[in-house]
Design a protein around this ligand. Structure first.
Ligand code: ZN
Length: 144
């Protein structure tokens, strides 16, 4: 595996610990419809571990992914940026973030964010190529 530049080199990422926290979160998921509980855990740039679980709704379309709750937990507990993230099932096996959550994670972590998966950690920009980002809000459109 190659090096991912730009990450805070002092931060040791304990992926096993993150998977464990995510699995605990998944055990608290509210997923009575899909019966597919998911937990997410993230390491912030100041060393906090934040987490969330998925929350379903009888309307189905309003379901919140575990990553949504985790990002809310990050802002609630002091903000900062995510450095490393994993979403898992209750057994701690990594799951791929859905497309919406890749966008959410990019904004919460920036382009240096590492996301665990079945084949090990990967950069968020590998998972979400050519993303729409906050800078795009300030970019004039081409040719008017
Ligand atoms: Zn999602």
């Amino acid at each position: 595996m190659g090096q991912h530049g730009g990450m805070n080199e002092r931060t040791e990422i304990d992926w096993q610990a993150l998977r464990s926290v995510a699995a605990e979160a998944a055990a608290n998921a509210y997923a009575p419809y899909s019966r597919f509980p998911v937990g997410a855990a993230g390491l912030t740039d100041d060393g906090r571990i934040v987490s969330g679980c998925n929350v379903e709704n009888a309307s189905y379309g309003l379901t919140l992914c575990a990553e949504c709750g985790m990002v809310s937990d990050m802002h609630l507990t002091g903000g900062g940026r995510l450095v490393a993230v994993v979403a898992t099932n209750p057994e701690g096996q990594p799951l791929a973030p859905c497309g919406r959550c890749r966008q959410l994670l990019l904004e919460a972590g920036g382009t240096d964010l590492l996301v665990d998966g079945r084949n090990g950690p990967r950069s968020i920009v590998e998972l979400l190529a050519d993303p729409f980002s906050p800078e795009d809000l300030n970019t004039p459109s081409d040719g008017g």
